[in-house]
Design a protein around this ligand. Structure first.
Ligand SMILES: *Cc1c(COP(=O)(O)O)cnc(C)c1O
Length: 507
């Protein structure tokens, strides 16, 4: 591109289309090479705090790179500055937290979305972005066997891509409050939200953001209900809490059921929770049941796992993260509701500069009314590519391979006298630990397990994280290791090697 400096315009050194093409090819090559050498890096970053920053100039450059050849320096820095400071989430031996799948089709969709650079805040600002999102979310609802009331083709339901499960919970909570207000609850009600003790911290954060919780330690307005021996919410305890709150004049308005808790993959009984809301009159007064299946939701592509969602048709909203275990790179949360009116009531504001005929006609969806921000990327592209590339069959194979590997890992743990499975496997998550030695204190058992975790993680060959499971039946809380299998490229040999490393380190 030529840059004329006529009329006082200063030259801006954009990449020409040809330079972009060259660099783009080089970057895609770099990513493909990165993926093929993932096995060669220590999984968890080994650098001390400040070491990455120390390699970066303190001040921004005055002069730019001056075109495509100058980018050689950038590629060098990727190797020298960036790679050492990464924890390799895409490593096939990454078993920490939950997976954060990236995949070829998804990354191509992300690149395309960036290249198109459209803002899909309103239907009219790019009809394809909205209509593609609606259709792809209906596809995903069909693939996960969600009830028809969550589809865009139903009277009041539909799906939308949120950034994260945390945002999904927040929008569900504000919709809930709006609906309960619509049922006559005064604005200054003592709102109460409920989840289990094992629910994700985003429930509390959502309550703080919308002013329901006064602080992170406000246990009056955010009640964490005790769980059973498998760490699932106890409906009887929920019912007791709700009745107490009603008797005290407070306003139960929102319950989050977790299908697959972050700590141990526990599954709250959605149908029984819905029955509690019905029995206590919470449903009749507009109360809302949200189902957070951030990780486990991906498994619903397999018919054999759909019992997890028993009762979901009684919930008001459901969300899961294709960006965890469904091959779609971060960020992509699939949020469904059967009451979009409540969402719109809570989130629509239309300043003059956004008014347009299509919106006014009511014939189109404006997704900015379904989320916190105004602007939105064309994220449906990456989901579209993933669903088209893998097909339902490929997605099921992805999930089934990992569940099978987790079954095998669980049987190895339970077949080794030094170890125990701490709670029955949930899908592809195994929580386990070194068994207490005779006469050993709980603190000493925990310490040996912490040491085991540190030892295997320090090898760089794999990366696991831990959790603490609450006390059950009068026993102490237990420090346990979590083996979360679900990487895009994780195969049997990686899980086998992980077990060998653990077994060797256990002594
Ligand atoms: C991971 C997780 C979340 C948070 O997900 P984000 O998309 O990062 O907000 C919420 N709930 C559960 C059960 C999770 O496992």
């Amino acid at each position: 591109m030529s840059h004329d400096a006529r009329d006082g315009d200063e030259a801006v050194p954009h990449l020409s289309p040809d330079e972009f093409r060259k660099l783009g090819h080089k970057m895609v090559d770099w990513i493909a090479d990165y993926w093929s050498r993932l096995d060669s890096f220590p999984v968890r970053s080994q650098v001390p705090p400040g070491s990455v920053a120390a390699k970066l100039p303190v001040h921004p450059p005055e002069e730019g790179l001056g075109g495509e050849p100058g980018w050689d320096a950038v590629f060098r820095d990727l190797e020298d500055v960036v790679l050492p400071g990464l924890t390799h989430w895409q490593s096939p031996s990454f078993f920490a937290y939950f997976p954060a799948n990236a995949s070829g089709p998804a990354v191509l969709g992300e690149l395309l979305s960036a290249g198109l650079g459209v803002q899909g805040m309103l239907w009219s600002t790019s009809p394809a972005a909205t209509e593609m999102e609606t259709r792809v979310l209906d596809w995903l609802a069909e693939l996960t066997a969600l009830p028809a009331s969550f589809l865009s083709t139903s009277a009041t339901g539909g799906g939308v891509i949120q950034g994260t499960a945390s945002e999904a919970t927040l929008v569900a909570m504000v919709a809930a409050r709006e609906r309960v207000r619509g049922h006559g609850a005064p604005a200054n009600s003592q709102w109460v939200a409920y989840s289990s003790t094992q629910a994700h911290s985003s429930v509390l954060k959502a309550a703080m953001l919308c002013g329901v919780a006064r602080s992170a330690s406000d246990t009056v307005h955010v009640r964490q209900i005790e769980t059973d021996a498998h760490f699932a919410l106890r409906p009887d305890a929920l019912e007791r809490a709700i009745r107490e709150d009603l008797a005290a004049g407070r306003r139960p308005f929102f319950v989050c059921a977790s299908v697959g808790t972050t700590s141990s993959g526990a599954i709250d009984p959605v149908r029984a929770v819905a029955a509690v809301l019905e029995r206590t009159g919470v449903t009749a007064s507009g109360g809302w049941l949200h189902v957070d299946a951030a990780w486990a939701g991906a498994a619903l592509v397999c018919p054999e796992h759909r019992a997890l969602l028993d009762g979901v048709e009684l919930s008001d909203s459901f969300a899961f993260n294709p960006h965890k275990w469904l091959l779609t790179n971060f960020d992509c949360n699939a949020f469904y509701t059967r009451d979009k009116r409540a969402l719109l009531d809570a989130l629509s504001v239309t300043p003059e500069y956004l008014r347009n005929a299509a919106s006014a006609s009511g014939a189109v969806i404006d997704y900015r009314d379904w989320q916190v921000p105004l602007g939105r990327r064309f994220r449906a592209l990456k989901l579209w590519f993933v669903l088209r590339h893998y097909g339902a069959r490929g997605l099921r194979a992805h999930i089934r391979n990992h569940v099978r590997l987790a079954e095998h890992f669980e049987s190895q743990v339970s077949g080794d006298a030094r170890f125990e499975v701490a709670v029955p496997r949930s899908l592809a998550l195994v929580c386990f630990r070194l068994e207490p030695l005779a006469g050993e204190t709980p603190e000493a058992t925990d310490a040996r397990n912490r040491a085991l975790l540190d030892t295997v993680n320090a090898t760089g060959k794999l990366f696991l994280t831990h959790t603490v499971l609450p006390a059950v039946d009068g026993g102490p809380p237990r420090y346990v290791l979590r083996m979360a299998i679900g990487g895009t490229y994780t195969e049997a040999r990686h899980v086998r090697a992980a077990w060998e490393a653990l077994s060797a380190a256990a002594g």
